[in-house]
Design a protein around this ligand. Structure first.
Ligand code: AMP
Ligand code: MG
Length: 360
């Protein structure tokens, strides 16, 4: 049995692939001195990399706190006091579905904040549109696989058996949830896991925050999700690298983007263990409960929303190229698929925007 404890950190290497200028001082054409501020921090269990251009104060510390607070107070299923953690704890109470069923018209009713309700509604819609390939209620299954800890070498390697998986799947399913009037209504027990969209949601919140500041340009990555915002002082496009899934380290090409974009990548190289030559990675197919095998090594989605790019990258990975491209097109999103043979497939809108890395 071969263990590979290194790949939690591979996710971090995407960040290294974002090409940014070194720390420099630049004079803006209009007079104010624009400085660049750079930082690398740990947030949301991954690396938060920032390059921010502004004539005002250094915003990188505020942005780091914004991401950490989002994780702690809203999205994390590991934090018992986050909204997601509290919903999961509530639904896990012994007998809750018997006690609360009548008062809630056949289900358990939970109130969430306005912001989270809006985001959950968008995630519900992507769950529906993807036929459940993306599913924000996979907590029981993702806990069973525990791939974050396995891949980081923090838990024994354990490939769950079919019975365990079938049991976990009984407690999954976006169709068991209804969203109405700021509430979630659960007809049966599920556990929320927003891990496939959380980093994209963080990018959205960063974009909203930047609009309130003097920042003129920024490129910020939260793990595999990136936001490009405003412009560089020299007017040149942002350069966002896409990791080569074969190695999980170098880049296979670069996206040149101008203005505000949200880019997310899902790949089988990010968190995995190998057992008897088989790779078990962290993106699960909700139909059978096993790591998705769709002939794809990685998918990158580019669009105007972090939540959508992140959720779609996961959905597209599960669906494979043909269905994934159709789904992304419905959201006006552009895609880069890399298949098992290393072939790169670009959607039409990325031609001329994506440049493969020059071979040495
Ligand atoms: P990403 O790297 O954005 O594709 O997200 C993967 C993470 O989302 C995993 O670590 C799980 O926590 C969770 N996840 C895995 N498979 C799915 C799925 N099919 N739908 C929604 N969330 C998933
Ligand atoms: Mg995702």
């Amino acid at each position: 049995m071969k263990r590979n404890p290194t790949f939690f950190h591979k996710k971090i290497s995407l960040l290294g692939s974002i090409l940014v200028l070194g720390p420099v001082c630049l004079l803006a054409g209009c007079g104010g001195q624009i400085r660049s501020y750079e930082s690398a921090d740990i947030a949301m269990g991954t690396v938060l990399n920032q390059t921010v251009y502004t004539a005002g104060e250094d915003e990188t510390g505020h942005i780091r706190e914004l991401v950490r607070t989002l994780e702690k107070e809203e999205l994390s299923f590991r934090e018992p006091d986050s909204q997601v953690g509290a919903v999961n704890t509530y639904l896990s109470r012994e007998g809750i579905f018997l006690e609360d069923a009548d008062s809630a018209g056949g289900g358990v009713r939970v109130e969430v904040s306005e912001g989270l309700f809006t985001e959950l509604s968008a995630l519900y819609e992507i769950s529906r549109a993807s036929g459940g390939a993306f599913d924000f209620t996979l907590g029981a299954l993702t806990r069973l696989w525990n791939m974050d800890a396995q891949a980081a070498g923090e838990a024994e390697v354990h490939i769950p058996g079919e019975e365990e998986i079938a049991r976990a799947l009984q407690n999954c399913g976006w169709e068991k949830v209804t969203l109405e009037d700021g509430h979630m209504l659960f007809s049966e027990k599920v556990l929320l896991d927003l891990g496939a969209a959380g980093k994209g949601i963080a990018c959205d919140r960063i974009g909203d925050y930047l609009r309130e500041t003097e920042v003129t340009g920024a490129v910020i990555s939260v793990g595999g999700s990136v936001v490009t915002w405003g412009e560089k002082p020299d007017g040149s496009p942002w350069q966002v690298g896409i990791v080569d899934p074969e190695t999980g380290e170098g880049i296979l090409g670069t996206l040149s983007l101008t203005g505000e974009w949200y880019i997310s990548t899902s790949g089988d190289y990010e968190r995995y263990v190998e057992v008897d030559g088989i790779r078990y990675h962290h993106i699960l197919n909700p139909e059978n409960g096993y790591p998705a095998r769709s002939g794809i090594r990685s998918v990158t989605v580019v669009c105007h929303s972090g939540l959508v790019s992140d959720a779609l990258s996961t959905a597209c990975f599960v669906l494979g190229r043909e269905e994934g491209e159709k789904l992304a097109a419905r959201y006006g999103a552009e895609t880069v698929f890399v298949d098992d043979e290393g072939n790169i497939y670009l959607s039409e809108g990325l031609e001329g925007i994506f440049k493969p890395k020059e071979q040495p």
